[in-house]
Design a protein around this ligand. Structure first.
Ligand code: UDP
Length: 235
């Protein structure tokens, strides 16, 4: 196996499927199947889930809400998504633990690094909810932070597009996809992979990122066995 321990980042919007808002149970079940395929291969899987399908702090703030309150709502949204994902994974027969960065003990375990690593060693999928637990951050930053903390080999950013392009492929038909790109090139070319805080944290800690299309069945498994799927950001 190419990667022994992965950190999968899924955005909240990915859970919407064809909906405009909320969670699509069909999409969740599909993701559970994809994740099961890699756990069956003995890969240890940790997941950071976003909350953008329910609430984003910035959006609340733009409508007059206090930003920190909005961010608290966004973090709670990620816990809601984490619960939904946990339920879908358990329906697929996968053992999971949800750990939250904000204390919500009746609902999820608190984030405890050593416990998280123990769960992974036992083959449980660990879902990290609550982002970093701090306002003004994103779940991309949470993904990089947790990946470093648990010593993951790679961050797999599952998106709707199949990698990083020279321009937005939905707008510019001539846009070309990169198979590999360096962290420096992403920055000098002004390409968008993650927000700057998350991206530099990954760069400083030499943690590669692979951006790939999570909606194509089999892709996640292909990535973990080392097939050239998506774009790898490396050194
Ligand atoms: N959030 C936060 N701190 C964090 C992670 C998330 O305050 O460490 C809040 C923030 O308001 C953010 C929302 O939670 O907009 C949802 O997270 P994000 O936008 O990263 O979700 P995604 O875009 O991945 O769905």
């Amino acid at each position: 196996m190419h990667y022994k321990r992965i950190l999968l980042k899924l955005s909240g919007e990915a859970l919407m499927g064809t909906r405009q808002y909320g969670i699509d149970p069909i999409r969740l079940a599909e993701y559970a199947k994809e994740i099961k395929a890699v756990t069956n291969r003995g890969v240890e899987v940790a997941i950071v889930i976003g909350g953008g399908n329910i609430f984003r702090g910035v959006a609340g703030a733009s409508r007059g809400m206090d930003r920190v309150t909005g961010d608290h709502m966004g973090m709670l949204a990620t816990v809601i998504n984490g619960l939904a994902l946990q339920s879908a994974l358990e329906d697929a027969g996968i053992q999971t633990r949800l750990q939250s960065a904000i204390k919500i003990n009746e609902v999820a375990e608190p984030f405890i690094r050593r416990k998280a690593m123990r769960h992974l060693e036992k083959g449980r999928v660990v879902i990290f909810g609550g982002g970093t637990g701090n306002p003004y951050f994103t779940t991309d930053s949470a993904a990089v932070l947790r990946a470093i903390e648990i010593d993951a080999d790679v961050i797999l950013k599952g998106t709707r597009v199949d990698g990083i392009y020279t321009a937005d492929p939905e707008i510019d038909k001539k846009a070309k996809k990169f198979d590999f790109i360096s962290f420096d090139d992403v920055l000098t070319k002004g390409l968008k992979v993650m927000d700057t805080t998350a991206f530099t944290l990954s760069q400083e800690n030499k943690l590669p990122i692979i951006v790939f299309d999570m909606n194509k069945p089999g892709n996640l498994e292909k990535v973990v066995i080392g097939e050239k799927i998506g774009t790898k950001v490396n050194f």
